[in-house]
Write a protein that binds this ligand. Structure first.
Ligand SMILES: Nc1ncnc2c1ncn2[C@@H]1O[C@H](COP(=O)(O)OP(=O)(O)OP(=O)(O)O)[C@@H](O)[C@H]1O
Ligand SMILES: [Mg+2]
Length: 280
């Protein structure tokens, strides 16, 4: 069964300051995400990524079309609790997501609200903190942690609610390179080891190459969809969509432009080194 299926989704915000003419923000999005898949969602500023993500746990509801979570429509009010326990959300700013002063209390907040039994909360909190590599910090003051550590605690808070899918909206945007790596390693591990479905919205192409699948949006529609190798081999298309490509891809592309015979599907530094050393 699919984790998420989006069928002809249309959405616009109410007219207001941000949206004086209330133009359509999602203009017929079709997207199916199987269980256990790790997808990266890309697209330039304002193309509708966050708006789409908010439909995945019923924070926003379709004006047209439908969003199904494990086959259940987000428009079904009786199922909203199930949908929100199935799909967890992690946002950009870790400071806005921490609710308690002590790390383990923060992680316990979600399951406490779900009415989980205290003994089970203890187990879930410990397991979640171990899964993100923050167990040793369980008694620490949350505000004193680094950005990457805070974001991992925020992920633990979502994990403690035992979601089957986690949607992360630019979780690394406010982090330094080390914090980014901590968070991305954690996301990859949760996908690989626990089979959690991951939707990662990012502007970092080196993060997108780690996904099983890359989906690119433009003007409220899905315009490119494929494996990282398929998507990033379309350098010209991505440039037209105002997106970057990973640096190793960019280097090989530039060398190909001047007539050097290199493959067009290089994504990682290792692949780039291999392609270049084959030439030398
Ligand atoms: N709460 C809101 N009210 C009115 N309009 C909004 C609201 N949130 C977003 N919009 C508008 O909807 C469009 C899509 O915004 P959205 O935040 O989904 O884009 P995005 O792809 O996530 O962009 P970014 O990469 O900058 O995060 C934009 O034109 C934006 O101005
Ligand atoms: Mg956004």
């Amino acid at each position: 069964m699919n984790m998420i299926s989006v069928d002809s989704l249309r959405f616009r915000y109410e007219e207001g300051e941000e949206q004086p003419d209330s133009t359509v923000v999602l203009d017929g999005v079709d997207l199916t995400i199987p269980r256990g898949q790790f997808i990266a969602l890309l697209g330039h500023n304002g193309c509708g990524k966050s708006t789409l993500a908010k439909h995945f746990n019923a924070l926003l509801l379709p004006l047209g079309g439908a969003v199904l979570i494990k086959g259940v429509s987000t428009a079904d009010e009786d199922k909203r609790y199930d949908i929100r326990s199935t799909v967890g959300m992690v946002l950009q700013n870790p400071d806005n997501q921490l609710v308690s002063t002590i790390v383990e209390e923060d992680v316990a907040f979600g399951p406490e609200n779900l009415g989980v039994d205290p003994a089970e909360i203890r187990e879930r909190v410990d397991a979640a903190l171990k899964a993100v590599g923050m167990y040793e910090y369980r008694g620490h003051a949350a505000h004193k942690l680094s950005g990457g550590q805070k974001q991992r605690v925020a992920i633990a808070g979502v994990l403690a609610m035992q979601p089957e899918c986690i949607v992360l909206d630019e979780p690394t945007a406010m982090l330094d390179p080390r914090g980014r790596k901590e968070v991305i390693d954690t996301i990859c591990r949760l996908n690989r080891e626990q089979g959690i479905t991951i939707v990662l919205i990012t502007h970092y192409m080196e993060e997108a190459v780690l996904a099983d699948r890359v989906v690119v949006m433009e003007n409220g529609k899905v315009v490119v969809d494929g494996t990282p190798h398929e998507v990033f081999s379309k350098v010209d298309t991505l440039r037209e969509l105002e997106l970057d490509v990973p640096q190793p891809t960019e280097l090989c592309y530039a060398l190909r432009q001047v007539g050097i015979d290199l493959p067009n599907n290089v994504l990682t530094i290792d692949e780039c080194v291999e392609a270049l050393s084959a030439l030398l």
